[in-house]
Design a protein around this ligand. Structure first.
Ligand code: PLP
Length: 292
């Protein structure tokens, strides 16, 4: 393999050199962002929460009216990809299904495994400075507007990435999207979780059309193991200021505490953050070397 830090497995071909060109120029995934994907954490050589990701992919495919290969073929593809990845290295697996060539034909389906950006791993320890940004839609609009593809993880992530670039250009790390009627929704690549007393909350996906985060769902389903209850609610950024802590959670970065929201420090509880991180099984970066 030409690049040991990146793996590429293509449906029907298996693992090929990671720099193999194989997607056609007229692939609808490229020319229209017409496709879906999942990203999962690879730990000890296995994809974490594979079933949950494949379930969400199936939901995205149904909303997109996109024919994806049978689940067994996707599982085999993921297996091929993670088997070629060094098991002792934490990684990320991206599984992509596009609608295929514009002239018709099979969907394009492949998986890549790649190393996690050090910045993402550091955010688990150091947290995030987050800016709110409007998404321009009322919180409860998307369940009744299926063409907006609420809840689907589509390849059309240009707005998501533009949001992150805007945050970075503004001196922050990440964004919390807010509805036009003032409710916090999600980040461009993460879910919002907050603690109020002994309960962990997240935003209801069905009511709002946000992406149902697999990490937040796992955390809330297992909250009892760290002595917390779990619930869903709509929350405003102002209400988050008086919560007992808030995190942006996602499959690869894991749980990252929100340290400031629009420049105002949010309550930060290192103990609860550590318990959440351990429950979710994400390692921390090595401590910076002491300087004398
Ligand atoms: N919301 C959006 C828009 C996302 O892109 C992501 C992850 O990429 C999430 C939420 C978090 O989902 P998960 O925990 O399944 O990674």
């Amino acid at each position: 393999m030409s690049d040991p830090t990146r793996v590429l497995a293509v449906l029907g071909r298996g693992v090929v050199p990671a720099d193999t060109p194989f997607v056609r120029g007229d692939d609808l995934g490229i020319v229209r962002g017409d496709g879906i994907f999942e990203v999962m954490h690879v730990r000890a050589g296995r994809p974490w929460l594979l079933e949950e990701h494949l379930n969400r992919l199936a939901g995205s495919a149904a909303r997109m009216e996109l024919a994806v290969p049978p689940r067994a073929a996707l599982v085999e593809l993921v297996d091929q990809a993670v088997t070629a990845w060094p098991a002792h290295v934490e990684g990320a697996l991206r599984l992509v299904c596009t609608r295929g060539p514009e002239a018709g034909g099979d969907p394009t389906v492949y998986a890549t495994v790649f190393a996690i950006a050090p910045e993402s791993i550091r955010a688990r320890r150091d947290g995030l400075h987050v800016l709110t940004a409007t998404l321009g839609l009322p919180a409860r609009l998307r369940p009744d507007t299926p063409w907006l593809l609420g809840g689907a993880k589509t390849l059309s992530y240009a707005t998501n990435m533009a949001s992150l670039r805007w945050a970075k250009a503004s001196g922050a790390d990440d964004v919390l999207w807010v509805s036009s009627d003032g409710y916090a929704l999600e980040g461009p690549i993460s879910s919002l979780v907050w603690r109020q007393g002994s309960t962990l909350y997240t935003v209801p996906a069905k009511q709002t059309g946000i992406l149902a985060g697999t990490t937040a769902a796992y955390l809330l389903a297992h909250a009892g193991e760290i002595g917390l209850a779990a619930d869903e609610a709509l929350v405003t950024p102002a209400e988050l200021q008086s919560a007992d802590g808030a995190w942006l959670t996602s499959s690869v970065r894991g749980p990252a505490p929100i340290r400031t929201l629009d420049g105002t420090p949010l309550p930060y509880d290192p103990d609860v953050t550590a318990r959440i991180r351990t429950l979710l099984g994400f390692p921390l970066p090595p401590e910076p070397a002491a300087t004398s």
